[in-house]
Design a protein around this ligand. Sequence first.
Ligand SMILES: NC(=O)c1ccc[n+]([C@@H]2O[C@H](COP(=O)([O-])OP(=O)(O)OC[C@H]3O[C@@H](n4cnc5c(N)ncnc54)[C@H](OP(=O)(O)O)[C@@H]3O)[C@@H](O)[C@H]2O)c1
Length: 297
Amino acid sequence: MIRIMYNGLGGQVGNAIQTALRKNDTFLGLGLSINEADLMEPESMRTLFIKHKPQYFIHAAAYTAVDKAEEDRAVCHQINVKATETIAELCLQYDCRLIYLSSDYVYHSIEGKPISEEDSNTPKGYYAQTKWEGELAIQGILTDYYIFRTSWVYDPFGHNFVNSMLRLGATRDRLNIVDDQKGAPTYAPDIAQAILQVVQQNAFENKDAYGVYNLTNQGVTDWADYARCIFELEGVNCSVKGISTETYAAPAPRPKWSVLDGTKLKETFQIQLPHWEESLKRCLNARKNRSKIPEGV
Ligand SMILES: NC(=O)c1ccc[n+]([C@@H]2O[C@H](COP(=O)([O-])OP(=O)(O)OC[C@H]3O[C@@H](n4cnc5c(N)ncnc54)[C@H](OP(=O)(O)O)[C@@H]3O)[C@@H](O)[C@H]2O)c1
């Protein structure tokens, strides 16, 4: 059995990892919530590494409040940078491979073509900066790591765009939604499944190919069209008016082009996530069934 420890248990990706692990008896998973492993005090995880001897650690917890991070810098830095550094050091000391969830926000300068892992990084905004610094910390400490850059993450139950739209659409007949940011909504159970496939290939086929990978659902949309699609699939009678990023005026900057190229992951591990619309339908079904076991790819 492969021993996997992971954090962010109460979050979208962490919850999806828990669900995927339960269905796969080649893994022995130990999920950590903030109560077992608070990233404000990451050194406290040492005892967990000593006791459970994980072979893989999936670092899915993070400070994810993108706008609040602009004000709450010290806490965001501690969680996203310092704690990531400590986890990387623990992985080095206890011979554990690290898997880190990063963000499309670390690019933020390329437009008009799918962004590859080799393209330049110019993170804008404090959250984006800390995700990038988290990546650099790992790369400075470890060689055996996978960094997965994903985007627009959602699941049936978390705080995300899908659930916000369905909540707002139930009481409003018109919404103004940004239509000049392009990207791919990515379903947390698809992320979890892909990560476990990589771990499986690493553990059983001796495939290392460590490094940085884009990991998003296929296809491209913008937030306004995404909202229209959610309403259409759910039969919600709410019209969507497209507005610009500047009009919406969120505190933290957002990339206008977050279309990530998944070729490296496909060619290296033969993994390609489904089209975002297909996964959205699975999410909406799981939401309707109130199932806590959404299916990944
Ligand atoms: N959400 C997105 O759109 C998106 C896009 C690109 C990349 N990512 C990255 O993907 C990863 C997973 O994101 P997600 O959507 O699953 O995030 P999420 O739903 O916001 O979950 C984040 C998790 O981190 C935990 N956490 C926060 N502060 C903590 C602390 N001090 N100690 C321990 N745990 C703490 C939270 O605990 P509680 O459950 O107690 O709140 C939560 O379980 C993150 O690295 C994120 O940066 C996310």
